[in-house]
Design a protein around this ligand. Sequence first.
Ligand code: HEC
Length: 97
Amino acid sequence: MKKILRLFFLYILSTIFIIPSYAVDVANGKLLHDENCLRCHNESKYVREKRMVNNFKQLHERVVQCEIMAELMWFDEEIEDVTAYLNNEFYKFDMEK
Ligand code: HEC
C-alpha cells in the first residue's frame, strides 16, 4: 500500500513539473505589435519625454487597455509577448516591479 501511495505521489509530482511553463517570445511580440498596434500611434509614444507608463506593471496594464481598444481578443500569452517586446526594446523596466 505504501509503495502505491509513493508511486501516486511521484506521478502527481511529475505531472506538475512536466507541464511546460510558457516562455515569453519577444520576436512574436514584435510581430504582433507591428501588425496590430501601429494604427493609432507609432513607436514615438513609447520614448517620449512624458510617458504615461512608469513601471512594468503599468506597461502590462497599458498593453491590456490598448488591446481591448483595438478589439484584438488576444490570449494572455500574446499580451505577455508584446509587453516583453515593448519592455525589451523601449522601456527597459525591471521586470520584478
Ligand atoms: C484604438 C487606438 C489604439 C490602438 C489600436 C492601440 N493604442 Fe496604444 N494608446 C492609445 C492611446 C489613445 C494611448 C494614450 C496616448 C496618450 O495619452 O498620449 C495609447 C498609449 C499606449 C502606450 C503608453 C505610451 C506611454 O506613454 O508610455 C502603450 C505602451 C501602448 N499604447 C501600447 C499599445 C499596444 C501594445 C497596442 C497594440 C495592442 C496599442 N497600443 C494599440 C491608443 C491605441
